[in-house]
Design a protein around this ligand. Structure first.
Ligand code: FEC
Length: 306
């Protein structure tokens, strides 16, 4: 049986505070951050303990998905991890596949919702690296409606609601990373996909109170998708809500944007407004979540006719 490659792609995180400047410069496509911007980012990493757990979690996710795929017996798989902003880079993972004689690979980003400004940028890097000498890539654009993924997400939201003092009165806020608002004029599906997965969860759980907000917008002059979760908290407090459940549905791991932006910044704002904020647990290496990702890959294999 020939081995099918899986190019699993993720954001990447600095290994130590010393690497933050290079990381930030990479995110900014080669433009160094100002000393103030750098200091602010270092401060946020310090606030979550100095380093983000993202690297370790991503590695466990890749390893776990590989184990599940190979146990299913549908093919022999080999998973290669490629990061967008740190080592091992996406192009290095593609090169490693070529070196190992992998001729075909499923490419998947560990982010369920598609945008030309997020998932597509990973795919562009992967395709560029595979152009000369392969492997042939089948890229998965989105997997936000994968049934098993929705099962896990619904269970996490349900668990958080149950931990509220007044579950029937709590407002659920589905959040995702904001992007520049110009994606709306580009006809980008990102916003619709986030609404679709949030609506699907709301339907399953018969949620009476739920809404959508954006988090972690870039610090640039152009308009970003809103409302930002911090502003949303203010309007919800004015409407009389006293408990909110934040589900960062656009992310599948614990990392800076969850551990700082929600757990520290948003929680503090909620407390100032007299509200209690409960966050849903992230997917990390939950076996049911890893099974969902394996399902996505197996379906992609069938779609590719491999
Ligand atoms: O834990 C960690 O160390 C890494 C957490 C992390 C994840 C993540 C995911 C996404 N981002 C997306 C878009 C943007 C855009 C900009 C941007 C900037 C940053 C900065 C940090 C950062 N992002 Fe990120 N992102 C993470 C971390 N991101 C740090 C820089 C400082 C800051 O703004 O806080 C703005 C770029 C620019 O300035 O030009 C746009 C999207 C995702 C979710 C999809 C994915 O995972 O790829 C979209 C995790």
């Amino acid at each position: 049986m020939t081995t099918l490659g899986v190019l699993m792609m993720a954001y990447g995180t600095p290994r130590s505070l010393d690497e933050v400047e290079a990381y930030y410069t990479d995110i900014r496509r080669g433009r160094k951050p100002s000393p103030e911007q750098l200091a602010d980012l270092v401060r946020r990493y310090q606030a979550i303990g100095g380093v983000s757990p993202l690297r370790e979690i991503t590695e466990r996710q890749a390893e776990g998905v590989g184990r599940i795929l190979n146990a299913s017996g549908t093919a022999t798989y080999r998973v290669y991890l490629g990061m967008k902003h740190t080592e091992p880079r996406i192009h290095e993972a593609v090169k490693a596949m070529r070196r190992d004689g992998i001729e075909r690979a499923i490419a998947l980003v560990l982010a369920p919702h598609y945008s030309a400004m997020s998932v597509e940028t990973y795919h562009e890097q992967a395709r560029a690296a595979a152009r000369d000498g392969g492997p042939t890539l089948h890229c998965v654009n989105e997997w936000h409606l994968e049934p098993r993924f929705l099962d896990v997400l619904a269970a996490r939201v349900d668990e958080a609601i149950r931990s509220c003092e007044h579950p029937d009165e709590a407002m659920v806020i589905f959040t995702a990373h904001s992007l520049p608002a110009r994606i709306l004029e580009m006809g980008d599906p990102y916003v619709d996909q986030l609404r679709a997965s949030g609506d699907a969860i709301a339907k399953r759980l018969h949620l009476k109170h739920y809404t959508f907000g954006w988090q972690s917008a870039g610090r640039t002059a152009e308009p970003w998708l809103g409302p930002d979760v911090l502003e949303l908290l203010e309007s919800l407090a004015k409407e009389g809500y006293r408990e909110v459940v934040v589900c960062s549905q656009g992310f599948v791991a614990d990392h800076l944007e969850v551990l700082y932006d929600i757990d520290i910044e948003a929680r503090q704002r909620a407390e100032e407004l007299g509200m209690r904020l409960v966050r849903t647990r992230q997917m990390n290496d939950d076996p049911d979540f890893l099974r969902a990702v394996a399902d996505v890959i197996e379906r992609a294999k069938r779609d590719a006719g491999w």
